[in-house]
Design a protein. Structure first.
Length: 161
């Protein structure tokens, strides 16, 4: 496993976080698309506690209207203190990643609000996308963890799962 120096990732994380909410969501989507099949949970449905928790939270989002689904994702990015954001905040970073992965899959399967088909990234977001594409796989994973970690809200005294 390659040693990943966090300092190489920090500028990319900062660049990502400096974008507007919708741009962050859109960029995250394009990154997911760019990764293609290189990311798949090792054993989908393996049934660990954290898998079930990610799925449980995902199912809550899936049950909402498309508008609410979008609002929930915007709230996560903006770190609002909603119920879902606090539940999200109690997850460990890998579980958070899995949750976003499930959302992206839901977008592909038509159960989560899709990207508008004509959505164009700003040139700033395009730059960040290219930076991320240029990272090695391990660095990309570190980048994702750093992005999804601080999203949502602080869990009220709960330990991370
Ligand atoms: O109308 O160790 C806009 C695991 C505009 C396994 C919009 C893993 C307006 C264990 C806002 C754009 C697999 C977990 C609409 C590791 C508008 C493990 C909507 C790795 C509709 C390492 C935008 C997992 C929307 C990884 C809805 C690396 C955007 C997972 C939504 C990576 C974007 C997951 C979403 C990634 C993006 C998920 C949901 C990159 C999700 C990206």
């Amino acid at each position: 496993m390659t040693f990943v120096n966090d300092e190489t990732i920090t500028p990319h994380v900062k660049a990502f976080q400096s974008l507007g909410v919708d741009e962050q969501l859109a960029l995250f989507w394009f990154v997911y698309k760019a990764m293609g099949s290189s990311v798949t949970p090792a054993a989908p449905g393996a049934g660990t506690a954290s898998d079930e928790i990610a799925e449980g939270l995902f199912n809550q989002v899936k049950a909402k209207s498309q508008e609410e689904q979008l609002q929930i994702q915007r709230d996560l990015v903006e770190r609002k203190s909603t119920t879902i954001d606090r539940e999200y905040g109690s997850l460990g970073d890998t579980t958070k990643l899995l949750f976003w992965y499930l959302l992206a899959q839901g977008m592909e399967h038509g159960t989560i609000i899709p990207m508008p088909f004509d959505y164009k990234l700003s040139s700033e977001a395009e730059d960040v996308l290219n930076q991320i594409k240029g990272l090695e796989f391990n660095q990309q994973i570190t980048f994702f963890r750093d992005i999804v970690g601080p999203m949502g809200a602080e869990a009220a005294g709960g330990a991370e799962i």
